[in-house]
Design a protein around this ligand. Structure first.
Ligand code: ADP
Ligand code: ZN
Length: 187
């Protein structure tokens, strides 16, 4: 049983490390970004609401985000722990997560903080391509796929995220500094 939080700015590599940990530990990755994107592509009401915030590079309201995470950790595959990727992103979310876990007699065991300079973050975000099927992350220069446009792992098509534009990238880094960085002290 282990509950892990991956903390760090957008583009730091949380998703990449979370996927490795998921394979090594056999515990699921819970990426709130991926959950929101799944809602958007399925056209749910939650997806429509979240898209407005995501397109601007702002955070989706805490209440909506926490409810979605609670639903996810209630599923049986999360009974032995989870790897939280991109959540919590505010102190209020961190407090809510503590409460959710406490109800299940669990707590955050490990927080991994990934520190990367802003210059490097922008380089990473700018070249980022993602598999539409399995969510694997590639980079034009640092980690290119073998067959152009096709995922090495599952053969899915790669795409660039709509919110990976230069303006939203800068905004997301700013939001991180303002709202998420305080979690370093929290943990
Ligand atoms: P990145 O790692 O590039 O920041 P994510 O996939 O984690 O990308 O998140 C994409 C967007 O989804 C965020 O910019 C934000 O709008 C929304 N989002 C993801 N996780 C959260 C969260 N925990 N709270 C609020 N909004 C979130
Ligand atoms: Zn794939």
């Amino acid at each position: 049983m282990v509950d892990i939080v991956l903390l760090g700015p957008p583009g730091a590599g949380k998703g990449t490390q979370a996927k490795l940990l998921q394979e090594w530990l056999g515990i699921p990755q819970i990426s709130t970004g991926d959950l929101f994107r799944a809602h958007i592509s399925q056209g749910t009401e939650l997806g429509r609401l979240a898209k407005e915030y995501i397109d601007r590079g702002d955070l989706v309201p805490d209440e909506v985000t926490v409810r979605m995470v609670e639903e996810r950790i209630s599923q049986p595959d999360c009974a032995r722990g989870a790897i939280f990727d991109g959540f919590p992103r505010t102190v209020a979310q961190a407090e809510a997560l503590d409460t959710l876990l406490a109800k299940r007699k669990r707590r955050i065991d490990i927080v991994l903080y990934i520190q990367v300079s802003e210059e490097e973050l922008l380089r990473r975000l700018e070249g980022r391509w993602i598999c539409s099927q399995c969510g694997a992350v590639y980079h034009r220069v640092y980690h290119p796929e073998k067959v152009p446009g096709i995922c090495d792992r599952c053969g899915g098509k790669l795409y660039q995220r709509e919110d990976d534009t230069p303006e939203t990238q800068k905004r997301r880094i700013q939001v991180y500094e303002e709202q998420t960085a305080p979690l370093i002290a929290y943990y």
